[in-house]
Design a protein around this ligand. Sequence first.
Ligand code: HEC
Ligand code: HEC
Ligand code: HEC
Ligand code: HEC
Length: 184
Amino acid sequence: MKKITIQICLLLVFAFVVFFGGSALVHHTQEDKFCSVCHEWMDPMVSAYHNDVHGGASKHGFKAKCVDCHLPHDGYVGYIFKKAANGASEVTYMLFNDAKDKAWQENRKNRDKFTYDSGCLSCHKTILDINSSNQNIDDMHALYAKFKDDSTQKMNCVTCHKNVGHKNLGKILYEIKHPPVGDW
Ligand code: HEC
Ligand code: HEC
Ligand code: HEC
Ligand code: HEC
């Protein structure tokens, strides 16, 4: 696996160099296939995504892209910079570490750092304005509006919606590290 890792990396380093020059690559690198090159084999993020309503497991045929949630959507420049920075740091990480060993379970606590409310709101545009039939939901979203810019107890969409995008991710990650013992 190690050798394949390095080959993939070299290919991707090359891709990211060209990336700065070509808008075709910008387009290409926002496709799920691109993200899945790495995230499919090193972790279960892709399969957990396919089991979620955001990943195609909805009866309405709807699917969000990886970058819809994992890149900021409040400006094109920010989007491109974040994307290039992520690309560079993820490729560098793979050159020096075995990404399969990353503490993915613990890393989930950082979800507010690698998901973006502006991404959620690019689809759920009116969620904070509409009066849903459920008072509880309205109250929760009013709470969000109040604390979204608070410096000490800042609230994000994923403060409450912790697992959107990847169904049962915590359970799957747990079971990788703690396989069932079977009969004994
Ligand atoms: C070159 C292989 C590679 C590709 C391609 C790739 N990733 Fe990653 N990704 C990684 C590695 C390795 C890590 C863990 C190291 C790190 O956090 O930098 C990671 C971490 C992440 C994280 C967690 C970030 C964090 O701060 O903990 C997210 C979210 C993510 N990737 C999303 C994506 C998305 C979306 C795409 C497609 C635009 C993508 N990745 C493409 C290798 C890759
Ligand atoms: C609807 C929004 C959404 C979409 C679409 C989405 N994600 Fe995520 N992603 C999240 C959230 C929220 C988390 C934290 C989930 C959790 O902890 O259960 C996360 C976590 C991650 C992580 C870090 C997991 C860890 O254990 O550290 C990676 C890597 C990742 N996503 C990659 C992807 C890739 C690749 C795709 C596309 C195939 C994708 N995501 C699609 C919202 C999304
Ligand atoms: C590309 C558009 C898009 C993006 C980005 C997106 N969503 Fe959604 N989301 C949808 C659609 C469409 C549905 C309804 C899916 C269905 O039920 O068929 C939905 C459903 C939901 C639901 C109700 C279903 C459930 O899983 O409980 C919640 C909550 C939700 N989204 C929160 C979020 C959050 C939080 C983010 C950002 C991390 C986000 N969404 C990003 C389009 C999107
Ligand atoms: C303080 C907690 C909290 C925060 C923060 C929050 N929500 Fe919610 N949201 C809820 C609860 C509770 C529900 C109802 C149960 C559920 O669907 O998960 C809900 C429901 C939803 C639904 C489904 C609506 C429906 O009528 O079924 C969507 C979509 C959604 N939220 C999107 C978002 C987005 C986007 C953000 C960030 C801009 C956000 N939420 C921030 C608590 C919160």
